[in-house]
Design a protein. Sequence first.
Length: 383
Amino acid sequence: MFNTSIIQLSRAALKSNFEYLKNYIGGNVKISSVVKGNAYGHGIEPYVKLAQECGINHFSVYSADEALRVKTALKKKNDIMIMGFIDNDELEWAINNKIEFYVFDFDRLEKAIEIAKQTKKRALIHIEVETGMNRTGFGSRRLGKVLEIVKKNSDKLEIIGLCTHYAGAESISNYVRIHNQYEIFNKIYNKFIKEGVKPRIKHTASSAAAMTYPYMQMDMVRVGILQYGFWPSLETFIDHIAKKKIHEDPLKRILEWKSKVMSTKNVKMGEFIGYGNYFLAERNMKVALIPIGYSHGFSRSLSNTGRVLIRGQRVGIVGTVNMNLIIVDVSSIPGVRKGDSVVIIGKQGKNEITVQSFMQMSNQLNYELLSRLPGNIPRIVTD
Ligand SMILES: *Cc1c(COP(=O)(O)O)cnc(C)c1O
């Protein structure tokens, strides 16, 4: 695996996160591990194997290509649920392979029934209903027809779930909206039951709702960001530690991103470093070159401001972030040389570069930064 950097995943940290989450959420609620966006940048294949070692056997993805990757990576039995896009052409594959998928329009519902009829296998569906986010989900005026179709085709459909998604449970400022959604969802669920259609499970909560509003956990929670050791928002984190009366983050980051010093150079006072005149050496300096840049997901907006760790010390980027390269000031650290380990995200010695710090300096959400980590950087599991 040739590359200019590696991403390490800590098995111990993930184990600890799942233990914490299982303990908080309780034994009666299933945890679905959300691994869309290449497992939030952690790498679907290594990540789902680790999660399965931690006792997870339900995975949620956005689309059929991701479902195929999860299925191929795992040997032991597991359930896979597609929450977003599945092309009509891909439905047959999903139904044949017992992949669960969301249904939120009549076209998909009817196609699924048609294929189930042909293949003589039932489609495993989750009916997503609109409760106020106005994204996907059947609106209230459509539910009568949905129920009618579902009842007529009960031999071709297995209603695994009834579900919805909250429009921002990570912020208290959305409380009224979220709570309305919760109430609308319960009304719809009761309507289904009254009509004799009983979904096997109901689920609405992602990480934020699962932590902040435990009554929204229902039968299953779709946990994304938390399992990787990050909080959906600062608010969610503060709310949680206040509730639990703890002072430290109970979750551990499992990902570290590392590279190496490619070469070093001494630069005289008065010289510019890198492209153009973004950085002027105001004294004699020693700089180190690191072979990662914006093509590797290291945002160009970190020019002259980003930091990495070398020999346990924080060092700053000088000049612009290049496509495949950054230059850092190592003048104050004696002995830096080619081959020295560089931490871009993670710990070295007593210092740590957090994903949070990227949020502050480059205005990227942790979700965004993680999921944009390029898929071709090797992911390596450590204990
Ligand atoms: C992404 C997603 C989740 C997981 O969200 P987190 O905030 O990462 O826990 C859950 N449900 C749906 C429908 C999603 O799209």
